[in-house]
Design a protein around this ligand. Structure first.
Ligand code: IMP
Length: 173
């Protein structure tokens, strides 16, 4: 297994996170922001993002999964759902990467049933080429081509999440 050189360095990620946080802070001025991290992949992005956001907010989580190694099963399981009451809240779903869009679409529809005042999506990475479900992304860190990446919360078989940068990942043959 080979982890390549960083595609996005620590500095690039931190710089982009600060930019996103600035836009989000402006957009959520005077609102009732509930930032919902989609675990496990978004844990690092969420913690950096909320620390850089300048308006009051609440943090909650959804634990979901659909990915088996490098290919999605297409079946989404929610292992833990938000505990906060989302009515009257401006929910921001925070995701690490949108690939086919199946996971986020499932979580988005589930969240909409709880009738939040507003619902937006922030993802660090957008792998547009692989999209199967059209889903509105309001804040995107970086667009990436169709390659498997690890680091900064993203895993292969639950490893490499702790890398502070994002790198391409290849299985050796
Ligand atoms: P989707 O349902 O196909 O959009 O898959 C989204 C989930 O798949 C993400 O939350 C990640 O956990 C995982 N995923 C998709 N692409 C990658 C990747 O390149 N590296 C690591 N995980 C990925």
């Amino acid at each position: 297994m080979v982890v390549g050189k960083p595609i996005f360095t620590v500095e690039q990620i931190q710089g982009r996170v600060r930019e996103l946080a600035e836009v989000i802070s402006n957009d959520y001025e005077g609102k009732n922001l509930l930032a919902v991290g989609i675990l496990r992949g978004a844990f690092m992005f969420l913690s950096d993002l909320v620390r850089a956001i300048q308006v009051p907010l609440t943090v909650d989580f959804v634990v979901a999964g659909s990915y088996m190694k490098e290919s999605t099963t297409g079946e989404v399981k929610v292992y833990y759902d938000v505990r906060e009451d989302v009515k009257e809240r401006d929910v921001l779903l925070v995701e690490d990467i949108v690939d086919t869009g199946i996971t986020l679409n499932h979580i988005r529809e589930r969240m909409l049933l709880k009738r939040p005042r507003s619902l937006k999506i922030c993802t660090l990475l957008d792998k547009k080429e692989k999209r199967l479900v059209d889903i509105p992304l309001d804040y995107v860190g970086f667009q990436i081509p169709n390659e498997f990446v690890v680091g900064y919360g993203l895993d292969y078989d639950n490893r490499y999440r702790n890398l502070p940068y994002i790198a391409a990942f290849r299985k050796t043959i």
